[in-house]
Design a protein around this ligand. Structure first.
Ligand code: GLV
Ligand code: MN
Ligand code: MN
Length: 410
């Protein structure tokens, strides 16, 4: 490990004013009545967030480029200067700006804002990177609109095929291709982008912690060790539409009863297999208060420390015919990089049940890791998601040290 020149970057060197300013600029974009955020891929809100990213990155003198997968990259230094020499590839940080329905302010944006602030802190101290430094803004991380999480990074690495992506449809029936076109992005060129991938030597994603792993510890920041195996399944429950007042109970074919069995069955199976299972989204037809539904579509999310546990839950629910929409294997972040970050920061190590673009890049063989910033309640994917300002600034300082360390040597 290369020793750092000079004193380590401390929270005092982070531009807290810039943090507040950028955070305030983002605060109204996509804000919902719940106080949470509705920032879905390829919408007007998404375009506003992308414009914000380009503006903030440009204000630091970074060069912003898109890729074939709908992600944005802001570069400090020439990302192609390494030629075919892997040792000179970029140190990339960043995260995403989209959200789940009524999501919190921190999931994603904290990593993007921290990435920009880390670059700014290093520029301010006159640091000359020996390798290019990139801040990534991944598209459609949550998959809230089209159903596939980490769609931008999966397209980038080829884990999601362009044909499948283009044909995904949102709840209104708009395809991803149509939504991209409406947003001014040409979907015909969508696909794995070897040029963009070849620029990434190392990826470190800072993210709000989404559990209670750092609560009641004296650490504001942890290093990520890995991501649980996880997936999403769709269940179609077919009934027969009829009148709510005149149809005898014995004559009904009510798919809501099957939904109830699915929900309680998933919960019981998760308890049996030491997994977590969630039915968080349903679509009911015709969705009338005085009509027995004709059809219910439900989506199941299931995760566990062990793949066998997830498979056990799904086996217990086989009568519902769950159709896999996405699957992510267990991800272990790069062990040497993890150890390096732990030594550098003196931070604890945490695994997570949440999916991240860092995991998709790691699956594609890119040395990747994560930093988690303490969440005092553990609540996430909710308007109540929180990270204290001081902890956010400590996270930026940690990320700055990481970039200084990784980019300070060829
Ligand atoms: C993304 O946040 C996920 O884990 O679903
Ligand atoms: Mn999320
Ligand atoms: Mn996230």
């Amino acid at each position: 490990m290369t020793e750092l020149d000079g004193s380590p970057v401390g929270a005092g060197e982070v531009d807290a004013g810039a943090f507040d300013r950028w955070w305030d600029e983002l605060a109204p974009i996509g804000r919902a009545g719940s106080g949470g955020y509705r920032r879905f891929a390829w919408t007007h809100e998404d375009a506003t967030l992308r414009e914000w990213f380009v503006g903030a990155a440009t204000s630091l003198g970074l060069d912003v480029a898109g890729d074939r997968a709908g992600n944005l990259w802001a570069w400090w230094g020439d990302p192609d200067a390494h030629g075919d020499e892997p040792r000179g590839r970029g140190v990339v940080i960043g995260s995403h700006l989209d959200s789940v329905p009524d999501g919190g302010a921190f999931d994603g944006p904290l990593g993007v804002v921290s990435g920009l602030l880390a670059v700014q802190a290093l520029q301010d101290r006159g640091f000359q990177p020996a390798r290019p430094v990139g801040v990534a803004c991944f598209g459609d991380e949550e998959g809230a609109r089209f159903g596939i999480a980490c769609a931008g990074s999966r397209l980038l690495t080829g884990a999601l095929s362009p044909d499948r992506a283009r044909s995904l449809r949102d709840a209104e029936g708009t395809s991803m291709a149509e939504a991209m076109t409406a947003a001014g992005f040409e979907p015909g060129g969508l696909g794995r982008d070897d040029e963009a991938l070849g620029r990434i030597g190392t990826f470190v994603e800072l993210h709000v912690e989404q559990g209670k792993g750092l609560v009641n510890t004296d650490s504001a920041v942890a290093v990520g060790s890995g991501i649980w195996p996880h997936g999403r399944w769709r269940v179609e429950l077919v009934g027969r539409a009829d009148h709510a007042g005149t149809t005898h109970l014995a004559d009904r074919k009510d798919p809501m009863l099957d939904l109830a069995r699915l929900v309680t069955g998933a919960r019981a199976a998760a308890e049996r297999h030491d997994a977590v299972a969630t039915v968080g989204k349903v679509a009911v037809l015709p969705n009338g208060v005085n009509a027995i539904p004709s059809h219910v579509t439900a989506w199941l999310d299931c995760r566990a420390d062990e793949e066998a546990a997830v498979r056990g839950v799904l086996a217990d629910l086989r009568e519902f015919g769950p159709a896999e929409e996405s699957w992510t294997d267990r991800t272990s972040f790069h062990p040497a990089l993890q150890n390096e970050l732990v030594r550098l920061l003196g931070a604890p190590v945490l695994a997570t049940g949440a999916g991240h673009d860092a995991g998709i890049l790691a699956q594609a063989g890119i040395p990747a890791s994560m930093l988690f910033v303490r969440n005092p309640t553990g609540v996430s994917h909710s308007p109540d998601e929180l990270a204290e300002r001081d902890d956010c600034l400590a996270g930026v300082a940690a990320l700055t040290r990481v970039v200084e360390h990784l980019a300070g040597r060829p």
